[in-house]
Design a protein around this ligand. Sequence first.
Ligand SMILES: [Fe+2]
Length: 415
Amino acid sequence: MSQTNVRPSKTEAADTVAVPADTVAAPKETVAPPTAPRVEARTQRGASLDVDVREDFLPIQAVEYVEFWVGNAYQAAQFYRTLFGFDVVAYAGPETGIRDRASYVLRQGQVTLILAAGLGPESPVTQHVARHGDGVRDVALRIPDVDAAHDAVTRRGAVPVEAPSSLEGSKGVVRRAAIALYGDTIHSLVDRSRYTGVWMPRYRRVEDLRGEPAGIAEIDHIVGNVELGQMNRWTAFYRDVMGFSQLVHFTDEQVSTKYTALMSKVMQNGSGRVKFPINEPAPGKRKSQIDEFLEFYRGPGVQHIALLTDDIVKTVRALRARGVRFLRVPETYYAALRDRIGKIEESFDDIQELGILADRDDEGYLLQIFTKPVQDRPTLFYEIIERRGARGFGLGNFKALFEALERDQAARGNL
Ligand SMILES: [Fe+2]
């Protein structure tokens, strides 16, 4: 992004940033059947999408941003800048006319994160953090016609959190609305196409907090954890309310270790660009990682965000050097990997040295690795993923991965 405007326009601070309701009800389970036709689509970055978007009643173009509500937004912004290589590009707070919170906008590749912290105990941000710890409040969706989209999804059963409204400033207008997702999480619907400023009205440009890019290009998928018995309710929400279709279903037999199990369904939107897996715990001998999340997050929420890179070896090497902590599978994983995965472009020595996992399906292979939780509570973590044709989620790695995760869980006294 060009950053030539040194002095932010004062008149850019012209509107209030909407404050979503603190607590929201979950959508009703009964919803109208979808009328939009299902469309086949490819999910690979850069691939042309052979999809007639006129037929898609909810033409989501991308995840516009992910907003985190955290205890200290300035420090969180510095964490993502120095460890993950994000640029801090914009800021809103008391200096720009926002009294109750400070918000930093971070960007790397096509990924935009917002980190917001409340400035007093009465702020809904502060209250959210008291309950959930640092976590994802909003998975915002880029949509060309916010009013039509909000109307369509609420008619289908979505619970409105914010009616459509305009944020106006000297550089144009941003139209937005929001609906409830699981727990206290929301989906904002955002159209920034008629705004030419750095981010939105009331944000000012930040020049002096650049990161060193680590090759993070875009969001591949965002996973939610919900309570036992709630997975089908939320996949039905994506299907019936949002017009998504189911891409994959992992059963508890496929996703289990000696002790714990989980179930997962992956939902994707009409263009295939937006993928939201939903996990729920399955009954097992011990407490599953999903149960641990639900206990410490005090309810359902975003478990992990998968970030796509073109060069996972380079990205993970950079992140490790900066201090990002990753889960490690046992070395025995690599003894079996060469036979299991066959020929890959990358060096097996690099893959093993960096602790990267690999999996193959009938379309190609993928490389992935998972960070440890990025806050004190064992809740949100990140996946770094590179796709070489494969559209899956690394089923062949689930067992080794979950066993690695359970070792940490046991160390916390939670298994
Ligand atoms: Fe994932």
